[in-house]
Design a binder for this molecule. Structure first.
Ligand code: C2E
Ligand code: MG
Ligand code: MG
Length: 652
């Protein structure tokens, strides 16, 4: 069937709709042509007949000449002479004429004749009468002869006229028909031409589109897996970088490769290699996460652009998860082909700010991971970054362990009421009593706990431990409120408020004695959440304190929109309070503004008496700093309180 196949292949290339149009036009044109031919045939016969009749009439005109000649001869003949003209010629002519006429007339139906048959009969009769007068031995008077001649002449004339009119009519309708035909041809030709052009145009566009698609596929699509390829990947990365700058968030590229892919190809064949790639593409697609672009790289590599990880460490863990979940054996041709994957990671902006560089670095990290043969199946491009990440990851793990083993302890730093010179408020500050490293300050682990989410568990523990301690002191009779720090991630947690309620309930610590500190930057970055959480805390009777005021955007507009009780002026303002008039003016301004809004100020980091005196002069309400005391463990803090407050420590 090669011919059939070739024909169908040829036909399949023809666009269906225009082809149908052309066929319809050709068919209708054929029908019209047949109709025209039909009419044409009829007209042609009619014309033929009438031409014959016309020839007869033409002969008649000659005949009439002879008749007239005969008449003249007769009239000019000398009176008395017989003067009979020779009639045999005329009779012969007439006989031939009438024979021919009858032959034509007999073949034509009456309805189609341009004149009635009686005209011919009349003609014959008039000739007979004329001849009789002419050849009679007793010649008729010339008036009769003339009369019969005129009658004969009129018969001939009317026959002539009728024939001419009919001929003219036929010619006219023929011309009209030809015009119609011409117009029809023109219209058809135009329609076919337009359709032809349209078809060519449509075909051209289709072809171009097909070529464009082919070109796009060749440029951007991988033929084996159907995924986009590296070219598209690089384009997308560059536009992503352009679009998100200058925000410059972190994102990562994962280069995922199959360990020993060549071995799979040589052991099971290239079909198996393709099957493994296709299967892996599907698995990676399911694991990559929504919005993260997955493409096929060169050889056995796949690339994923991960834009929804908050930290390098999370990216690293994510890569490990993807690797694990996609490594199940692939079944092909009755074989279970074992799959082992390696992953290389590069990070924006640490490892580069251009697609090409980031892709190359992710691939180079992949090569390192492969070289390490299972020792480090996930590898970060930048060794320093890798070291830091591993450290951070270890730290994250040990924070979790630390919470379980109760390695964290709370320290308390008094916040002194300047007007009364008493401390009935203290900030709760966490410390890590690490089994090997000793007492670790929060600046080293709080940011890590923030970035990997362990702050949620740690924060819960701190709040609970603080309230428990608060309740103990309350039971001992101390008049003391505690100011507990809450991190951004903590307040963003949907269960945060419920947890606060539960802790207060379980420990029996009064919400009136609890202050929650939220940093100014958290407040602004998480505006909606802060608004909701702080309003609810306020309803519960818990005071809100804005920490590190003056270090962030210091957008003052939020101050009167939130239920704020304390505003903590950052240590940086206090540091040069003694030498810098401007700092003094700024602090003075903050205090005046706070008082106008019914907010109390807590100035942090007061180390010298001079600073304390200046602040007192500026109308500051509370002071916290080494000048009074460093953060202290609970038992020592208790002693401090007793000494510092004297009788005022206990409830009245
Ligand atoms: P912060 O909340 O602003 O805490 C005040 C920090 O200033 C404390 O540092 C405190 O020891 C220190 N400080 C107080 N007075 C002075 C002073 O006169 N001079 C100097 N140089 N420093 C002073 P610390 O305890 O190292 O805490 C650092 C930061 O770690 C805190 O800043 C807070 O942001 C965070 N942090 C501490 N404990 C917790 C906690 O329980 N939860 C959360 N989420 N964050 C905490
Ligand atoms: Mg604080
Ligand atoms: Mg602070």
């Amino acid at each position: 069937m090669p011919l059939f196949r070739r024909t169908s292949a040829l036909l399949s290339g023809i666009p269906l709709l225009p082809a149908l149009f052309v066929a319809a036009i050709l068919l209708s044109s054929l029908a019209i042509q047949l109709k025209i031919e039909d009419v044409h045939e009829g007209e042609k016969t009619l014309l033929d007949q009438n031409r014959k009749i016309a020839r007869i009439v033409y002969n008649l005109v000659f005949f009439q000449k002879s008749v007239r000649q005969a008449l003249l001869e007769r009239l000019e003949a000398a009176p008395g002479s017989s003067g009979r003209p020779e009639m045999s010629d005329l009779d012969g002519q007439k006989a031939a004429l009438f024979r021919e006429t009858s032959a034509v007339l007999d073949g034509v139906p009456q309805a189609k004749l341009p004149f009635s048959r009686t005209i011919v009969s009349e003609l014959s009769l008039n000739f007979a009468l004329f001849r009789k007068d002419l050849v009679s031995s007793r010649p008729a008077p010339s008036t009769d002869l003339r009369f019969h001649y005129r009658a004969l002449e009129e018969s001939i004339l009317s026959l002539h006229l009728a024939t001419q009119t009919a001929l003219f009519g036929i010619e006219r309708s023929r011309i009209a028909l030809m015009n119609t035909q011409m117009r029809l041809w023109n219209t058809q030709f135009g329609a076919v031409l337009v359709l032809g052009l349209l078809t060519i145009g449509v075909e051209f566009l289709r072809e171009r589109k097909k070529n464009e698609q082919k070109l796009w596929d060749l440029t951007y699509r991988d033929q084996v897996t159907g995924l986009s390829n590296e070219n598209l990947f690089r384009d997308r990365i560059d536009s992503f970088i352009r679009l998100m700058a200058p925000e410059t968030r972190l994102f990562g590229l994962l280069a995922i490769g199959i360990d020993g892919f060549k071995r799979i190809n040589s052991a099971y064949g290239h079909g198996a290699g393709d099957a493994v790639l296709t299967k892996l593409a599907m698995r990676l697609g399911a694991e990559a996460g929504e919005g993260n672009l997955l493409v096929r790289g060169e050889g056995d590599a796949f690339l994923i652009m991960v834009t929804d990880s908050d930290s390098v460490e999370e990216l690293y863990r994510r890569a490990g998860r993807i690797r694990e979940r996609c490594s199940a054996p692939v079944e092909h041709g009755g074989h279970q082909i074992a799959l082992s994957l390696s992953v290389g990671i590069s990070c924006f902006p640490e490892n580069g700010t251009q697609a090409d560089i980031l892709v190359e670095r992710a691939k180079s990290a992949l090569s390192t991971a492969k070289e390490k043969e299972g020792e480090h199946p996930v590898w970060l491009f930048d060794p320093a970054l890798a070291a830091r990440t591993f450290e951070t990851m270890e730290l994250a793990q040990s924070i979790r362990r630390g919470i379980q083993r109760e390695e964290f302890v709370l320290y308390f730093q008094p916040i002194v009421d300047l007007a009364r010179d008493k401390a009935h408020l203290a900030e709760v500050l966490v410390r890590w009593n690490h089994p090997e490293k000793g007492l670790v300050p929060p600046s080293t682990f709080i940011p890590v706990a923030e970035s990997n989410g362990t702050i949620v568990d740690l924060g819960s523990w701190i709040l609970e431990a603080a309230c428990r301690q608060g309740r103990i002191w309350h039971d001992k009779g101390f008049d003391l409120s505690l100011s507990v720090n809450a991190s951004t991630r903590q307040i963003r947690q949907p269960g945060f408020l419920d947890h606060v309620r539960k802790v207060l309930e379980e420990t029996g610590f009064s919400p009136r004695n609890l202050v929650i500190e939220i940093t100014e930057s958290t407040m602004i970055a998480e505006w909606e959440t802060s608004l909701r959480v702080t309003q609810e805390l306020d309803r519960m009777g818990i005071a809100l304190s804005i920490d590190d005021f003056g270090t962030g955007y210091s957008s003052l507009s939020y101050l009167n929109r939130l239920p704020i009780h304390h505003l903590k002026i950052d240590k940086s303002f206090v540091d040069d309070l003694e030498d810098n008039d401007r700092s003094r003016e700024v602090v003075k301004g903050i205090i005046i503004l706070s008082h106008a809004l019914n907010i109390l100020t807590v100035t942090e980091g007061v180390e010298h008496e001079e600073q304390r005196n200046i602040l007192r002069g500026l109308g500051a309400d509370f002071i916290q700093g080494y000048f009074y005391s460093r953060p202290l463990p609970a038992p020592i803090f208790e002693t401090f309180m007793e000494e510092f407050n004297g009788n005022g420590t206990l409830h009245a």
